[in-house]
Ligand binder design. Structure first.
Ligand SMILES: *[C@@H]1O[C@H](CO)[C@@H](O)[C@H](O)[C@H]1NC(C)=O
Ligand SMILES: *[C@@H]1O[C@H](CO)[C@@H](O)[C@H](O)[C@H]1NC(C)=O
Ligand SMILES: *[C@@H]1O[C@H](CO)[C@@H](O)[C@H](O)[C@H]1NC(C)=O
Length: 389
């Protein structure tokens, strides 16, 4: 995908392209050299936030790559980890993790179970994290301000905290919204009731992006929400009729709500581009990539599309009461009853809720070059604002 520098060596050619098409401006510009990533989101990008506060995601989480639990709800790396690798940055430390963290190249505010809107239930009641996007914003605001106070003291703080100028050059990544949609379903709302509150969710999302811009953020990379109607924790728990499953086995009404949310998100991004004159905002259609993967799993080298690799029985190897890594004690001996499959690299779904490392890597490879982005620019170019059409 590194075709850009070579074109750059032909200035005349580049000049001609520029004069023909505004899209080709992308080709003419240089890579961004992001010094940091600041991530906001849910379990799709949590690298240790929820684990730091509510207890470590147990083994076998992490087994395929870290070989021990690593704060991720996955057998290995998440999409945001592959971003860090691609940009030559270390994996992001969770802002809430006070042990061994280094924020020199960014911080991760995401926690598993996070929503955009604050929920009126506790984590114990509903499973949703109290660290909603507004809380993540508060954390970021405080981090921005206080990191500079401490950095000025020098010494170890200089090695652990970002430079002031990194905040405007950093990449701000967002992957959040799925839990706002499922939370309504888990409160027994109908699809129409869930749709009815989507504008409020999107409005709150929009506000947070504007606030980050107000703090100097300029480069935004925003994932839309995935096809959660293909995930066991939704289709196993919320009843729909047989006719409402598509030929892949995903629950159509859920995926329609995800797409409804995504159309709204795309509009919000268009509004933000108008309102924030110096922001480069990339909207990434992760929905389509994930659905392509699930609907053509074998073509892409995966054996299992819907069933969970790690779980306990039932149609989807998913049991809400016996999660991945769950152990019981039998005659004084601990036995794992939420067991992993033999070869997670052939499975798309890890634990009924999250994707495997192999699936995350596949999704990463599809989106990193901009093929599923609006505007269609690669990750490394995502600091270049495109002209408004
Ligand atoms: C929580 O309750 C407040 C006050 O009734 C309401 O405005 C808000 O929309 C509720 N939030 C959610 C996520 O339902
Ligand atoms: C939703 O409906 C189910 C089945 O009727 C019931 O068991 C459950 O308590 C309800 N949940 C809520 C949050 O009202
Ligand atoms: C996947 O499919 C191949 C070919 O059908 C088979 O050899 C292999 O054992 C399967 N692996 C799993 C994990 O089911």
């Amino acid at each position: 995908m590194e075709v850009y520098p070579s074109l750059f060596t032909l200035p005349i050619f580049v000049f001609l392209i520029i004069s023909w098409s505004p899209l080709c401006l992308v080709v003419a510009t240089s890579p961004c050299h992001f010094p940091a990533i600041f991530n906001f989101g849910d379990s799709n990008s949590d690298t240790g936030g929820l684990s730091a506060v509510f207890g470590q995601a147990p083994p076998p989480h992490g087994e395929s790559f870290f070989h021990h639990p690593a704060g991720r709800y996955c057998d290995g790396r998440l999409i945001v980890d592959f971003f860090a690798e691609k940009l030559g940055l270390p994996y992001l430390s969770a802002y809430l993790d006070s042990v061994g963290s280094n924020f020199r190249h960014g911080a991760n505010f995401a926690t598993a179970g996070s929503t955009i809107r604050p929920q009126n239930t506790t984590l114990r009641q509903s499973g949703f994290s109290p660290i909603s996007l507004d809380v993540q914003w508060n954390e970021f605001y405080d981090f921005h301000r206080r990191s500079q106070i401490f950095r000025s003291k020098g010494g170890i703080y200089k090695e652990l905290l970002p430079k002031a100028s990194d905040f405007s050059r950093a990449l701000y990544t967002f992957d959040i919204g799925q839990n706002d949609l499922t939370s309504g379903y888990f409160l027994n709302m109908s699809a129409n009731e869930v749709r009815a509150y989507v504008p409020d969710v999107l409005n709150q999302f929009k506000n947070i992006v504007s606030y980050v811009y107000g703090q100097g953020g300029r480069n935004f990379w925003i994932h839309n929400t995935g096809p959660f109607g293909c995930l066991p924790y939704v289709i196993d728990r919320i009843p729909i009729s047989k006719a409402e499953f598509d030929k892949v086995g995903c629950g159509t009404p859920f995926n329609e709500v995800a797409q409804y949310f995504n159309r709204g998100l795309k509009e919000v991004v268009a509004q933000l581009r108008k309102e924030l004159p110096h922001a480069a905002i990339t909207y990434v259609d992760v929905y389509t990539v994930k659905y392509n993967l699930i609907s053509r799993a074998r073509t892409h080298g995966f054996n299992e599309s819907l069933r969970a690799c790690c779980g306990h029985g039932g149609k989807y190897n998913y049991n809400k009461n016996i999660g991945c890594g769950r152990k019981i004690t039998v005659r004084g001996k601990q036995i794992m009853i939420g067991k992993p499959c033999k070869d997670p690299s052939r499975w798309i779904n890890w634990d009924g809720v999250h994707y495997t490392q192999a699936a995350n890597e596949w999704v990463f490879e599809q989106i990193v070059d901009g093929s599923f982005s609006d505007p269609p620019i690669p990750l490394k170019m995502a600091c270049h604002r495109q002209p408004l059409s």
